[in-house]
Write a new protein. Sequence first.
Length: 139
Amino acid sequence: MLNGPTYMNLVRHFWVRVQVYDRKAAQLEMDENILIDPSLAGKSREEMGLEPFTVTEIRLSIKGISVFILEEQIAWVIRRASEGRYVSGLDNNKTNSLNEIVNKTMFNSTRKGKYCDLSMEHKLLLKIQNENLLPKGGG
């Protein structure tokens, strides 16, 4: 039952209604409370009656049940470290210094490989990424 239509509908409804609660959203929540009650200006989140902000999380309510998913939980499920770095503005992807590291990690070689060269673990992670983390519309 869980692998059938029920699971697909839950995932579809989950990604449509999901909210990312990060530091910016926490600050916005505080600002809204101050607009409603100006006497709260200068007080901490706890003094305002809000939960303290600790980490970025994905929030959702399904059938009245609040669901919170943390980055550490996703990392634990896919058995990967939750830390990493994001590099933006890469100029030329053919001569980039990170190519060798990526190829060594993905294909166990310094040269660029193909899908058929991926290990079974990397193929599964790619499938999870493409079907669940990067959903496509249309059905």
